[in-house]
Design a protein around this ligand. Structure first.
Ligand SMILES: Cc1cc2nc3c(=O)[nH]c(=O)nc-3n(C[C@H](O)[C@H](O)[C@H](O)COP(=O)(O)OP(=O)(O)OC[C@H]3O[C@@H](n4cnc5c(N)ncnc54)[C@H](O)[C@@H]3O)c2cc1C
Length: 408
């Protein structure tokens, strides 16, 4: 079976590539080979089922990789407007919550459906349950093997993602391993946008409680990364957007790491001490159990007091200057020893991947193999939480497709 273009992977980048190529040039024959029984499984899970499809603030500073400048051309050329126009054309207008873009339906399923409908309407051939296991280089063509079936094509676009989300999303890294074996340079892969396992005696006690905090990741005294937002205490450690945002740094820093929560970032340590002192004076007869009621999340207040060696049954009059200092310091720096991430299966994206050195940044074409492209998460580019990863999938796919079209 000969085809103009084979797209390996029917996820975000693969589906968009197929539809875009067919819309631009209906004469092209395009096959999508997808390992799972259905396409777009990971897309269905995105944005908690709402699909945070892009962001108004797509800048390189929100992306990471050994050579992040590789992403600049595609992200600039195939920007939010270009992407929104494409999705509008297949029936998915965007809506915004702050900077974050979503499908107007707020349903990830509708994004997959419209990509599927557009693929069918435009005559894309989709083969599900077709996991690619090998690629052979022929003279000017490629033979792509899926078990015992093979397809010959002029061009190949690899859009298989990596490990994030785990097997249920088809993310087994099989194509990454295959390309690595074939000699493609790689960058070590680690989970990113993922919850963190910490020493959990305290987080267990506070399980289910959410608090807004300034979150700082430190290696010894060295500040690694900081973010602000809602933190969730869990039995295994900590979660919530700011924790997930800084999580990519954890596996990359081998030294012991601490996650420090400032749960009253709006006030300085000195002012906080004054505030607690005056509160202790006003509420001197109130039991410590209720001392922070009204000022802090009650359970967090109680845990902090206990950590500072106080008995909750005592009256607030026991708070002397030394105790007030320790309490204020803990509120400003509630520290948790980081043990690990919760792994690829829970991560939203994989950091690392096939080295971008192997590809042209303006076309996504392999420097060594003509008409061989890689797009999306399999490349060593990952974005922050907030629609940045899907935008990379879209932008890199548009970029590769335009080169395929130029060469046809
Ligand atoms: C729970 C979750 C929530 C997320 N939420 C968001 C969000 O709201 N916004 C955002 O920007 N990003 C989000 N992401 C990240 C985003 O989904 C990915 O970055 C994006 O899907 C990557 O696109 P891709 O096309 O490269 O890979 P994928 O979308 O993973 O698609 C790859 C496809 O290739 C198939 N495949 C793999 N190997 C083979 C093979 N050997 N042969 C054939 N087929 C194969 C897979 O089955 C899969 O269908 C989220 C991720 C997860 C896991």
């Amino acid at each position: 079976m000969t085809t103009d273009i084979i797209i390996i992977g029917g996820g975000a980048a693969g589906l968009l590539s197929a539809v875009y190529l067919k819309k631009q040039n209906p004469r092209l024959q395009i096959r999508v080979l997808e390992g799972l029984p259905r396409v777009g499984k990971k897309l269905l899970l995105t944005g908690n089922g709402r699909c945070n499809i892009s962001n108004k603030n797509i800048t390189l500073s929100r992306y990471h990789g050994a050579d992040v400048s590789f992403a600049e051309y595609a992200l600039n050329k195939y920007d939010l407007k270009f992407t929104a126009d494409f999705f509008e054309s297949i029936g998915v207008p965007f809506t915004f919550e702050g900077d974050k873009a979503f499908p107007a339906s707020l349903q990830a399923g509708s994004v997959v459906d419209c990509l599927r409908f557009a693929a069918e309407e435009n005559g894309v051939l989709i083969h599900t349950d077709t996991k690619v296991t090998n690629i052979q280089i022929l003279k000017d063509k490629y033979r792509v093997w899926a078990d015992k079936v093979s397809f010959v094509s002029d061009a190949v676009i690899v859009a298989t993602g990596l490990y994030s989300g785990g097997y249920k999303c088809g993310s087994d890294g099989s194509m990454f391993e295959l390309l690595k074996k074939a000699g493609f340079k790689t960058v070590d892969t680690t989970p990113a946008i993922v919850q963190l396992k910490t020493e959990n005696d305290i987080t267990k006690q506070l399980k289910g409680i959410k608090v807004d905090a300034n979150v700082t990741l430190k290696s010894g005294e060295k500040l690694i990364r900081q973010d602000f937002g809602e933190v969730l205490f869990c039995d295994y450690g900590l979660s919530g957007p700011p924790v997930m945002q800084i999580s990519r740094e954890v596996p990359r820093n081998k030294n012991s790491m601490t996650l420090s929560l400032d749960i009253m970032p709006e006030i300085s340590l000195e002012d906080l001490k004054v505030k607690i002192k005056s509160r202790a004076k006003n509420l001197s007869q109130r039991p410590l159990e209720e001392f922070f009621t009204g000022m802090l999340q009650k359970r967090i207040g109680q845990v902090i007091l206990k950590q500072c060696g106080l008995k909750l049954s005592e009256k607030s009059e026991v708070l002397n200057d030394g105790k007030i200092e320790s309490i204020a310091k803990m509120i400003k720096s509630f520290d948790f020893k980081v043990l690990d991430t919760t792994g690829f299966i829970n991560s939203q994206v994989t950091a690392g991947g096939i080295s971008t050195d192997e590809f042209e940044s303006t076309t996504m074409e392999s420097k060594e193999y003509k008409s061989f492209y890689a797009v999306g998460e399999i490349l060593d580019i990952d974005g922050d939480c907030g629609g940045f990863n899907l935008q990379w999938a879209w932008s890199s796919a548009f970029c590769a497709c335009d080169n395929v079209l130029r060469n046809k």
